[in-house]
Design a protein around this ligand. Sequence first.
Ligand SMILES: [Fe+2]
Length: 530
Amino acid sequence: MSNNDSQLSLIFPPEILKMVEANEGDLPIEASDTFTRFLFFVATSTVKNSSPHTAKDIAVPSVSGPLEKFEFIPGYINYVPLDEDVAPKPVSSANSATNGPNVLSTILSSPVVDEFRQWQNKEAAEKVIADHLIGLQPEALELWTDVTSDATITNLAFQGMAAHLLVPVTGQGNVAFKVVLASLGEVPVRDGNERMGATAHFDADRNLLSIYVSNDDATYVPGDDLWEHAKWHFRSAVFAYVTIADHLSALHLCVSELTMESSREQLPADHPLRRLLKPHVYLAGQTQTTAIRALAPEGGIAHRLWPFTFEGLAKLLKQGAESQPFEPFPKWLEKSGLANLSDEKYPFATDGLALYEVCREYVENYLEIYFPGESIVSDAAVQAWWEQLATTVAGSGLGALQTRAQLVDLVAQIIFAVSGWHSHVGADTRYLADPSFVGAKVRAGSELADIQSTILIYSLNAVTGLYQPKLLDDFTHVYLKLHKEKAVEVFQQFQKSLIALGRDIDSRNESRSMPLRTFHPAVLDTAVSK
Ligand SMILES: [Fe+2]
């Protein structure tokens, strides 16, 4: 592969360029595709050189007060580069081969080009994935087989990545449920790509009936010539919307970032709530700063991976912030109209609710040690913390803090979100193992991820899959010395409840038509630190 027409030769010295080329081997990246080559190199180097993070890496808070914030989408999304879990870097390392600000700005400014080359066939894609890409990925939570079948769309909607987008329907013939992502069709895309967006309809027994495709403004049913393309549209729309709006924006840039900011700004370092939240905002500053500088900006990974214009991408990020991500899971479930479905139909609710309840019991018992009864409501720092969250777009549904139950619900939701919900919207290896499962871009005549998208998405998934502190690790070193014995007892009860939940999920999975491991405590991290 020649570097003659790549901007990489402007960025890297010859010795690094040699490493980039050796690393690529026979991976079919276009020599001129500077960004994809750079990202693949960063991903492989990161996976190779990173050591697992453990609970001991979670720093004990030592300072509080105003933080230096930078705006990304004014009024919606900001970030704080200074992370309390990371020692400040010496100036020299900030200019390393792949991290320096000049390198990043050069890479981001390289042209955004949709490379239309397709894999020769599925076997060719699978061979390259097996040889170069799958080894970089975190473990898949479940095995999804027969990924192009109608039944897989059902599983996506009732327990997979789209389960929170499912809505019950009445008065529309035999349609009993649907997943509506048709509005994605209003988001502009670059030339050569079909508009994204689709809505899937199911009957009362969860059978897939039809799919509306925004790009065609047409509805397809099984047997139609374009049925396979319609299903590809739907699966790809789910992957795009959930990853951009629900994972990147609502969870990382809102729940994690805003909780971290308000905790560090409003809660003194030795405040019991600050210590309770600390493991769950581990590395939040660094993670979100990296996301905003490399994943979310114009010319960044998301802009290139998906077909949306940057304005379209920003619109989706705003929608994520507006999706009320601080609303406690049980309240959301009640409002969804899906709360009364059986485990057989909607296993997503059974396991999600069980995890939320374990988190809530932990929060309630811990806070009771330091703030008996309703006393926490009159704590000035807690009120300021709540107020800061409530005055953001994402927290605008919180209202005023008037009862202890409100606070317990919110803190439980935060812990549930950064562990379980992150697994729901972010554990993507299970959807990527087969290139005919989901694609980032949809083009006429193809139901297979293209070469460029495959390499970009696998590289992104690799760097977001590094080993992080687990919910089942011991992170009690961040607790206060005050009442520590009692707090550790509460923590141990929390761990016992999590282990019992894992056993319950294992046993439920034995009788389910497809296992669900999204909310299994054995796979959950303490925070969205990746
Ligand atoms: Fe994530």
